[in-house]
Design a protein around this ligand. Sequence first.
Ligand code: ADP
Ligand code: MG
Length: 272
Amino acid sequence: MIEIDRLTYTYPRTDRPALDDVSLRIDAGESILLTGRSGSGKSTLLGAVNGLIPHYYGGRIAGRVVVGGMDTRDHKAHDLAALVGTAFQEPASRFITRQVADELAFGLEAAGLDGAEIARRVRETAERLQLGPLRDRPLDQLSGGEQQRVAVAAALARQPRVLVLDEPTSQLDAESAQGVLDWLRDLCRADGLTTVISEHRLGRLLPEVDRVAALSERGRLEAWGAPAEVLTRLANGGPLIEAARALGVPAGLSEDALRALRERLLAWRMPP
Ligand code: ADP
Ligand code: MG
């Protein structure tokens, strides 16, 4: 569903690539956790998947990104938007309208759907995400968790096949973060969506996702595979080594040690 082939990308007016020779293949229906420290290129990689890179940001790009058979360089952001839904990190700063139902309708209007279809999709999506009672509320009066729900609803109203979520819980306290991740998981599974989520809180999502991609500080793909494999790899030599050491886990982790590490990671955040 998503094929990233030797992607190197440099933002305009910068020298160092934000992503350096990244290759990933993500199958339809898979859920992927994208992790790495702040500045490692998580948001940039998500932008490469939804076409903001290079269409919105410009810059220099080498390699290829193909999503649902569309090479992102050859297709306009508008076409990609129907295929890839995005919920940005700070939804409040990205809202285009002022009110819940309008925000859900906006993308559908931009896509040129007729009024009856828009009304139907807004109603269904709002109900599905339990936004029905909030549909006439101003966006700036919602809680952080509710705003996140609206952002995801607006993306899903367009019925994408891929959902990209940029640190969906970073603005939330622990309890609402867990709530958001729970309903997101159920939703993505029910729809068979291909999901790419970037997250600081590793532990919460690790047991939920199919595969993990970890970026190094320099925008290189440091590890890619099943959660347990990636953990082992990182704990043996990557940015998690400090955490592993602090937890007293030796190199060459046993299954038990890995399980223990996973437990401890539930409470651990990657340093900013
Ligand atoms: P993350 O999401 O992992 O925190 P980002 O993808 O936002 O990382 O950033 C990766 C690198 O690209 C960082 O060095 C950051 O400073 C740089 N960067 C991000 N956005 C821009 C931009 N619009 N212009 C120039 N550099 C940028
Ligand atoms: Mg980011």
